[in-house]
Design a protein around this ligand. Structure first.
Ligand SMILES: Nc1ncnc2c1ncn2[C@@H]1O[C@H](COP(=O)(O)OP(=O)(O)OP(=O)(O)O)[C@@H](O)[C@H]1O
Ligand SMILES: [Mg+2]
Length: 351
């Protein structure tokens, strides 16, 4: 009865960084209690799946040492085009218990995988029947092998996984917590990581559409690396706005801009796919996160190219940052933490 409210450790395993976030209660709100990131060796995560469990386990163990965590409850987020399906479907009106029994049957025609190989979950969007006595349901299917690989890694570093979420839900959860729900207005949340761009359209706090592509911020690094024929570390430095010996940041800027243009074009395509799938429903603004959001002028030039309002998400907007954590460090990497924050906001028992 007097147990302190438990906050899980939000762990976002990306293809280039693992991010760890944990909150604690402070007054009426939340305070950041743990936050750190660690690079992941290239190639260890591919399309959301773990390619090398051993190396990932070692990296995660190191991050836990860095953050002084030896045990606890974790919340993880899954992603991946080939192993995760989130779809909005229409089913005959029924109760949640009834749907529990028939969800496999209802969902099978929408899931291109063997149903025995996936773990299936659902969320009823509107609990009142429409004119045809039907209702809309969001289904989530995830490949069991992929999920079990993550559970194995988490348990081998001594943590217990209490919630398995998807990165899409974590993002809409994080957004709603910090910015509230904008009813009836569709907002696009674009997570632009190293190897993937995920565009999520959120309506009333729920993701109703998502499209993932492999046009991530590695594009920038690849372009700089090959244009100037320099090592990857140097290309990374230039991308972050620092000059290197023979190349000024101005010279790098036009290469960066060109790579950004490809990312904008891809996001634009995703918006078009959404519009055509959803009968020309409009999106009123794009909120971006992920490492690419840290590139100088990325958001403002995206706004110009796509001709829409583009904001960089602050996942800690409603969260107190204690003095012991350097605020300029947080500011420097804040958009990278978006998914991990959404995960850390979950409670055990959530689904
Ligand atoms: N300060 C910065 N300026 C520019 N780019 C940065 C900065 N910090 C990180 N990045 C870039 O952001 C990317 C990492 O972002 P993020 O952590 O969101 O990716 P990820 O989650 O690991 O990847 P994915 O989601 O695609 O699996 C890398 O490509 C990195 O080079
Ligand atoms: Mg990511």
């Amino acid at each position: 009865m007097f147990a302190k409210e438990q906050f899980p450790i939000g762990i976002d395993i990306g293809s280039s960084f693992i991010k760890l976030v944990q909150f604690k209660k402070s007054g009426n709100g939340y305070e950041l209690s743990k936050f750190d990131i660690l690079p992941v060796q290239q190639g260890i995560i591919a399309d959301g799946a773990i390619v090398d469990k051993k190396i990932l386990t070692r990296t995660l163990a190191e991050l836990l040492r860095k953050t002084n965590i030896s045990k606890g409850q974790a919340c993880i987020g899954l992603s991946g085009q080939s192993s995760l399906i989130i779809k909005r479907i229409t089913v005959p009106f029924m109760t949640e218990d009834e749907l529990n029994l028939s969800i496999k049957f209802e969902a099978q025609q929408f899931i291109p995988f063997d149903l025995n190989a996936v773990s299936l979950d659902f969320h009823i969007i509107d609990k009142t029947p429409n004119a045809d006595n039907q209702m809309e349901v969001l289904i989530v299917a995830v490949n069991k092998d992929l999920m079990n690989d993550y559970l194995e890694v988490i348990s081998s570093v001594g943590l217990e996984t209490v919630v398995v979420d998807t990165k899409q839900f974590a993002l809409s959860n994080m957004y709603e917590f910090n910015y509230g729900v904008s009813e009836q207005r569709n907002i696009a949340i674009a997570d632009i990581g190293a190897s993937t761009v995920t565009l999520n359209i959120v309506q009333n706090g729920l993701p109703i559409f998502w499209r993932e592509s492999t046009v991530g911020s590695n594009y920038h690094t690849d372009a700089i690396e090959s244009t100037f024929n320099i090592p990857r570390e140097d290309a990374e430095r230039l991308k972050r706005g620092f000059p290197i010996e023979a190349i000024s940041s101005e010279e790098a800027q036009s290469v960066i801009q060109k790579a950004s243009d490809e990312i904008y074009a891809d996001i634009y395509r995703s918006l078009e796919v959404f519009r055509s799938n959803f009968y020309n429903e409009e999106v009123y603004k794009i909120a971006i996160c992920g490492g690419a959001a840290l590139i100088k002028d990325f958001a403002s030039s995206m706004s110009q190219r796509i001709d829409m309002e583009v904001d960089v998400i602050d996942p800690f907007r409603k969260i107190a940052i204690p003095d012991k954590i350097n605020p300029s460090y947080i500011k420097e990497i804040v958009p990278i933490a978006a998914v991990a924050v959404g995960l850390a906001l979950r409670r055990s028992g959530d689904r």
